[in-house]
Design a protein around this ligand. Structure first.
Ligand code: SAM
Length: 329
């Protein structure tokens, strides 16, 4: 029996945040003031938790943060994860979401350690705009070098995630279309969700899927192609077949009905939804000397309480108990 929730959704994806520190201060994510707020666990503890969850049916593990490449021991962690097998006896699918700042040096070691894929976050292809968003000077060229190094290391096609904010970086839509074709990456636009530290979200600031498709046509028209049910992104190719664009639309086209995820925060709490208002303290249980069987029972109980859906934009919306950088995106 595979891990599933009471709505019949199979839970196959685990996201592990290995730190909530970040070397970028993206305006729509961080307040710009502080860094880490929550503890980090020894890597061995994340690995033990991952092993328990893989034993229940997890097939994909994504490492995130904060910025996961800041975490010492991340390459060895990937190597240890790559030695685990799914219940079907296959290798785990291991991915990382990173801002790419340190990727140029780390792409090859990560690939050698068994990483399957990398997703790089990048919210502008214009250097000045990139610096304005990240609040770090001269990052753009490092990130571009990181993307190229990842492609060379066989981690491609690299996915490049861009969160669009109206009036801020939505002038980048068509430039990203060109970027996808020139660099051979899959650019994925993500609708902005109310998960930021500075509470700037409003429905008006969200650039929706329909709008991205409409505006991309100023560059070249897009044609939708099939996507797997559990995939978060709707997939498109340009009319001439060159270049792929994805759109992740949790606000205008929620996909909670197909959600297959569970998250582990850097301090070892299970979150069953980005918008959870309560967490399940697996680290606390482990600290009391829990056996693997105790941990299995705890995980089953947590997953049983997975939320049916999020309530973004609805009256009475209750903000998540943590912001994105501290959850692990
Ligand atoms: N530091 C890594 C990175 O930059 O990819 C991993 C963590 S970051 C929080 C993960 C992703 O979440 C990034 O692509 C970021 O753009 C996205 N993100 C952050 N806040 C968001 C929000 N409020 N709505 C949608 N996506 C958001």
């Amino acid at each position: 029996m595979f891990l599933s929730d009471k709505f019949g959704r199979r839970i196959s994806d685990l996201r592990i945040s290995v730190t909530d520190r970040c070397n970028y201060k993206c305006v729509y994510c961080r307040s710009g003031n502080n860094g880490a707020q929550f503890a980090e666990m020894p890597i061995a503890d994340y690995l033990r938790m991952a092993r328990v969850l893989v034993g229940l049916g997890i097939t994909k593990v994504r490492l995130t943060g904060g910025e996961p490449l800041l975490r010492k021991g991340i390459v060895e962690m990937v190597r240890d994860l790559s030695r685990m097998q799914t219940l079907e006896g296959d290798p785990l699918d291991i991915a990382i979401t990173t801002n790419g700042h340190l990727l140029a040096e780390m792409a090859q070691p990560l690939a050698d350690a068994g990483l399957s894929r990398v997703t790089v976050s990048m919210d502008a292809v214009d250097r000045d705009e990139f610096a304005r968003i990240t609040r770090v000077p001269n990052g753009y060229d490092r990130v571009l070098a990181g993307i190229r190094a990842a492609q060379r290391a066989g981690l491609g096609p690299v996915k490049v995630n861009c969160v669009l904010l109206r009036g801020f970086n939505d002038d980048q839509i068509t430039a990203f279309g060109k970027f996808a074709r020139d660099e051979g990456v899959v650019v994925r636009f993500i609708e902005f969700m109310p998960l930021e530290e500075d509470r700037v979200w409003s429905p008006a600031i969200v650039v929706t899927l329909d709008e991205v498709v409409r505006r991309m046509a100023e560059f070249l028209p897009l044609r939708e192609i099939e996507h797997a049910r559990s995939e978060t992104a709707r997939r498109y190719v340009f009319e001439d077949g060159v270049g792929e664009i994805g759109i992740i639309a949790p606000v205008s086209h929620p996909f909670c009905g197909h959600c297959s995820r569970v998250r582990l925060t850097s301090d070892g709490k299970i979150r069953t939804c980005l918008f959870s208002v309560r967490e399940h303290d697996l680290a606390g249980l482990m600290a009391k000397g829990a056996s693997d069987a105790d941990m299995v029972r705890f995980v089953l109980h947590a997953v049983d309480q997975k939320e049916e859906r999020h309530h973004i934009g609805e009256p009475g919306f209750v903000p998540a108990s943590r912001t994105m950088v501290h959850i692990g995106g």
